[in-house]
Design a protein around this ligand. Sequence first.
Ligand code: SAH
Length: 218
Amino acid sequence: MNMALKPDPTEKMMFQLTLRRRGVSDQAVLRTMEEVPREMFVDPRDRNEAYRDSALAIACGQTISQPFVVAYMTEQLQLQKDHRVLEIGTGSGYQAAVLSRLCKQVLTIERYRTLADGARKRLEKLGYYNIEVLLGDGFDIPAGAGDFDRIIVTAAMEQIPEKLLERLDPGGILIAPVGPHQGTQTLVRVVRTENGFDRKELVDVRFVPALPGIAREL
Ligand code: SAH
């Protein structure tokens, strides 16, 4: 057995403490962060770093987000067991795995084939059966995918497309990093109300950019 695969219990305890200290308090979210094996989503060379609170490089020049940001965004979504959730930016599949434990179904979209195929295989192998991974463009969600209770964007958008907001069910919540591709972005939370959209800025973050179209490189 490869011992590098087994996270040190002290490390996992520190991981929980860090999330709590930074303000994550939802017990279901904290439990899920404890249960989803982040070491299986990072590059195998980085397994020893999996429980540090930092983003790590994955294939195609992309990143797996910092655990605090994953937990915080998940908490802000206020997920319920019957929710259908859309994620734009599958990357490693880690955020999708976390979401899937707290809702009914996740549709996650990724523009790199290598990442989409990798995440699909990994999620299947780990037993996350309520996640569908789609190769596609988050700026152009297929109409057949329907509407969603929650939408989470995990790549920085210069602005939130109107078309995307229209895919939220009434009472739905969208969370996305918004801002210039280079530099600081702000996490924005939008709630669809009876008469429109309520928008609130949360915290500053750094994400890789959301780019249009399916990537031509693998
Ligand atoms: N949520 C991921 C990290 C996302 S990194 C995780 O948990 O590992 C952002 C991802 O968004 C990258 O993989 C990038 O290729 C993807 N992306 C960027 N623009 C996109 C678009 N228009 N449609 C779909 N995916 C996109």
